[in-house]
Design a protein around this ligand. Structure first.
Ligand code: HEM
Length: 396
């Protein structure tokens, strides 16, 4: 496949009757195909990808980044000075689809607010570290321009979660619709840039990164993972809240350009898809190990009131010992024992299910509050809110 993209090979193969659409996809992907015969692993964001390829080739991206700097709120007018075809795309894409349900979004926002400390912890230490053992994502992030400055990149990624979790995220005064649209443009640029990176080419099994399937995998490492953990931890949630939380994520991945037919309709469907497309692909890579160390080093710079050994063990507790071993996280068996008994008791007490304050309450409380501060300060980076379209890959 060296000189042909997966998409071209597929088109050619299907035209010649050599492969079925599902047959050519990675393990587990077949069952996620839509009924139309299209496949998330062979779907990217064609129109937007062409648009960004042209902007990059014509050297217009710096000008677009400057124009977009003041474009922040969902109800801000589109910035002036955008190339006409980009403005046309954004006019179409920068709004919620007709299936958006504002009642559910308000409930999701309220749920996010009430459970925010668990969410910060799970997105930050769970999903954030899990992204480093999703090989395609780790390699893409590492070899793109942002991989060279993980502090800034982590802060920008925080911005996505932060904007999504705001009370008014999807309302006209919120910022999430704009943030998601900017991210969609960044991904389209990455699809044009990374295939030009010899280092990325050398370690990758796909010719174009960030397919709809890849985005779904990442969604499962975020939304589906967090939902599963909240259930496992017996954090009280009503059926309506669970449904609203899924709805919020469905809209987020729609805004990132995933076709609606691929988006799971229920948590049961999301769990089934996650078991097929996420769990089996988790694996260590050289790039991922380095990114994980960067990320954990970053949190270690902030005083979370716990030792690095405790942090390592929390990651192991939240993700698994297998992942902890892949990432070479040094063991601290005493901390592991404290977490194993103390964390469930901490949750039970916080949620009003345990009458007596458990031993270790303040340790956990300080830890998750400090993590929340890190999140709310957007990773302490002043540039955090400025999601900008890259113009090059990681230098080297
Ligand atoms: C950029 C979020 C899926 C690779 C970004 C940014 C955000 C984001 C907020 C902009 C911040 C930045 O520039 O660093 C998400 C979300 C996803 C998703 C919410 C799915 C739910 C993926 C996937 C891949 C990927 C599946 C690769 C397989 C990248 C890369 C960048 C990026 C390489 C650019 C970093 C740079 O500036 O060089 N993403 N992403 N993302 N994303 Fe994603």
């Amino acid at each position: 496949m060296s000189n042909l993209s997966r998409r071209n090979v597929l088109t050619l193969g299907v035209a010649l009757g050599l492969v079925s659409v599902a047959g050519a996809a990675p393990a587990g992907a077949a069952a996620t195909s839509g009924t139309s015969g299209s496949d998330p692993w062979w779907s990217w964001d064609d129109e937007v990808d062409r648009l960004l390829a042209d902007l990059l080739d014509n050297g217009q991206v710096p000008m677009v980044n400057t124009a977009m700097r003041s474009w922040v709120n969902n109800n801000d007018p589109l910035p002036s000075g955008l190339p006409a075809n980009l403005a046309t795309h954004l006019q179409k894409a920068n709004k919620l689809p007709p299936w958006a349900d504002h009642t559910k979004l308000r409930l999701a926002a309220d749920f996010n607010r009430r459970k925010d400390t668990y969410l910060f912890l799970l997105y930050g230490l769970g999903s954030g570290i899990m992204s480093t053992v999703i090989p395609r994502e780790a390699k893409s992030v590492y070899w793109s321009a942002g991989g060279a400055d993980m502090k800034d990149r982590a802060a920008k990624t925080f911005t996505f979660g932060y904007d999504m979790s705001e009370l008014n995220a999807f309302e006209p005064t919120g910022q999430f619709v704009v943030t998601a649209n900017k991210t969609r443009l960044v991904h389209a640029a990455v699809r044009h840039l990374l295939p030009q990176s010899p280092q990325w080419q050398a370690v990758n099994d796909e010719q174009i990164p960030i397919s709809n399937g890849d985005i779904l995998v990442t969604f499962h490492s975020l939304g589906t993972f967090v939902h599963r953990k909240l259930r496992e931890w017996r954090v009280p949630m009503s059926a309506a809240e669970e449904d609203a939380f899924l709805h919020m994520w469905q809209l987020a991945i729609h805004l990132l350009g995933v076709q609606d037919e691929f988006i799971p309709k229920t948590w049961a469907a999301a769990y089934a898809q996650s078991a097929q497309v996420l769990t089996p692909i988790l694996a260590p890579t050289r790039e991922g190990e380095e990114l994980a160390e960067d990320l954990l080093g970053l949190t270690a710079q902030i005083d979370l009131g716990v030792t690095r050994g405790f942090l390592n063990e929390f990651v192991r507790y939240v993700l698994s010992n297998a992942i902890g071993d892949w990432l070479g996280l040094r063991r601290d068996h005493a901390a592991a024992a404290i977490i194993r008994t103390g964390w469930p008791a901490y949750i039970a007490f916080r949620e009003g299910l345990l009458p007596v304050m458990p031993v270790g309450f303040y340790l956990f409380d300080q830890f998750i509050r400090a993590l929340a501060m890190l999140f709310l300060n957007k990773g302490t980076s002043p540039k955090a809110t400025l999601i900008t379209i890259p113009t090059a890959n990681r230098p080297e």
